[in-house]
Design a protein around this ligand. Structure first.
Ligand code: NAD
Length: 511
């Protein structure tokens, strides 16, 4: 099997931008500095287990300082014209594009992502997102003004909210930083972002690039600390007007509790367990290719990854066989080798967690291929296909977040769609069919924030990303994200210039 024994990769620190991050991992008011928690943390290259960057974690004082910087920067940034903010974002996109290779290398190093993924997906996606929000900054829309009462003119002002506190996960650190920062600042807010402590490098480089592009100090700040200390302090901070969180549903519930105690606006992008529904008229080869690519992208650490393939009985055996064959062609290896398809998981702890799901599944399901961690220093796990698991079993219901696809058969269309909806999650899904009526029904009935037809994974800056059900609420990307990062104010003018208004009779008796 070509994916059995990847060679440990020779790449080592320093990574290209390392010197620039030597001053510390807290980016506050346009400058890097060390954290003040008194504790350090090391970024580990998951392909080798080596520490590649050690930094002082943020304490609550760093969060306070970052929030103070964002609060001080808010009036100036909110008062800039949309055109001025747009110009700054265009320059930001240009700086990111110039530094693309630096971002790709840092992202691959800290996450173990294959370099072809960071070069072709993470980094260009981020540049495109930045360019999109540069344009969108000039198109904040509202209801038209009008005389709705006859005696008044009403209009709506769309205003930024203030300081946004954002918390991001480790699976797509650069893209998650972009998804949080860009709509927030395009709409005139300022932001304090807390990346996952495992993966701060590209969030810090992103903030630094914002400054290089001329975005004023204090508009984009990054505090790198633990969730419990820096994260909760940021969410509960009285000067933070909104919390935007991407991460697991379990942590999202805690974040919601803390944010609610200070009555904050809340945006939650949480876990997923995407179904992949293959009807019996589907193109089998397209579906099998889509299932392998859609389940293994980013080593399966993707909230929209295909995780549960439901295949209508006539195609079931052929789908299992073809998916197995294709999975066995996927090459694990050094993330920096251009021909590596699959890198390690984010950490050895995550690898062990994934292995635990698979080991337990051996007791109630069939491992069709994979199922092992190759014996080397990296946090690798083989692409794994599991069949014959019950719908209520752990591998079907829980987010594994690894290179594991579960496949189950179904008979009627009703059954397939019901099974697709039968988890607490609702982030993404796909339907595979050449029948337009089946496709249309699936897109209508599947409860998820995104439903693909005959594909699974692609995202684009112009379209919203966000969950249904326990996958959260609110939208990232697209003009829809402005609904999260702005508030609308009704302004009402009296048009009569009359001192004693008609409605005053409700107070002044018989007048
Ligand atoms: P996680 O929930 O463990 O951590 C996410 C972030 O929350 C990290 O920065 C962490 O430090 C912080 N955090 C932890 N405890 C906290 C607390 N008590 N208060 C405040 N912050 C706290 O998630 P993860 O393991 O980093 O990422 C994987 C998860 O993210 C998966 O569940 C995945 O589905 C989800 N995800 C969702 C989307 C989406 O768009 N819906 C996108 C990417 C990832």
């Amino acid at each position: 099997m070509s994916n059995a024994a990847p060679t440990p990769h020779p790449h080592a620190a320093p990574f290209p931008a390392q010197e620039r991050l030597a001053a510390g991992a807290q980016y506050i008011n346009g400058r890097l500095r060390p954290g003040t928690s008194g504790r350090t943390h090391s970024v580990i290259d998951p392909a080798t287990g080596d520490a590649v960057y050690t930094y002082e974690l943020a304490g609550t004082q760093d969060v306070d300082d970052a929030v103070a910087a964002a609060k001080a920067a808010f009036p100036g940034w909110a008062g800039a014209t949309p055109g001025e903010r747009s110009d700054a974002l265009h320059r930001f996109a240009a700086v990111l594009a110039e530094r693309a290779e630096e971002f790709a290398q840092a992202e691959s190093l800290q996450c173990g992502k294959p370099i072809k993924l960071t070069r072709e997906f993470d980094v260009p996606g981020t540049v495109d997102n930045t360019a999109f929000f540069a344009g969108a900054a000039r198109h904040l829309q509202g209801q038209s003004a009008g005389e709705y009462s006859g005696d008044h003119t009403s209009y709506v002002r769309r205003e930024p909210i203030g300081v946004v506190g954002s918390i991001a996960p480790w699976n797509y650190p650069l893209q998650m930083a972009a998804w949080k920062v860009l709509p927030a600042i395009a709409a005139g807010n300022t932001i304090v972002l807390k990346p996952a402590e495992l993966t701060p490098l590209t969030s810090l480089l992103f903030a630094e690039a914002a400054t290089a592009a001329g975005i004023p100090d204090g508009v984009v700040n990054v505090v790198t600390g633990t969730g419990k200390e820096a994260g909760e302090h940021l969410v509960g901070h009285p000067d933070v007007a909104m919390t935007s969180f991407t991460g697991s549903t379990a942590v999202g519930k805690r974040v919601a509790e803390v944010a609610t105690a200070t009555v904050k606006r809340l945006h939650l992008e949480l876990g997923g367990k995407a179904p992949f529904v293959v009807f019996d008229d589907a193109d089998l080869e397209a579906a099998a290719n889509g299932a392998v690519a859609g389940s293994l992208i980013n080593t399966g650490q993707d909230c929209t990854a295909a995780t549960r393939a439901y295949v209508q009985r006539p195609l079931y055996d052929a789908f299992v066989e073809r998916t197995k064959q294709l999975m066995e062609t996927v090459r694990l290896g050094d993330p920096f080798a251009p021909d590596t398809d699959l890198g390690p998981l984010i950490s050895h702890a995550q690898r062990d967690r994934v292995a635990g799901f698979v080991e337990r599944a051996r007791g109630y399901a069939r491992i069709v291929t994979g199922g092992e961690a190759p014996k080397n220093d990296g946090a690798y796990f083989q692409p794994t296909l599991i069949a014959d698991a019950a719908q209520d079993s752990e591998v079907v219901q829980s987010e594994i977040f690894g290179p594991v696809l579960v496949v189950l058969p179904f008979d009627t269309d009703d059954e397939g769609l019901a099974l697709a909806n039968d988890t607490p999650y609702g982030l993404a899904a796909s339907a595979w069919t050449r029948d337009v009526f089946r496709a249309n029904r699936a897109t209508r009935e599947i409860k998820a924030g995104c439903v693909w037809v005959n594909d699974h994974i692609p995202i684009i800056s112009e379209m919203p990303h966000g969950g249904y059900k326990a996958s959260g609420f609110g939208k990232d990307m697209s003009a829809y994200s402005f609904e999260e990062y702005t508030q609308v104010k009704h302004v009402m003018y009296d048009n009569t210039a009359v001192a004693a208004k008609d409605w005053h009779r409700t107070i002044f008796g018989d007048r």
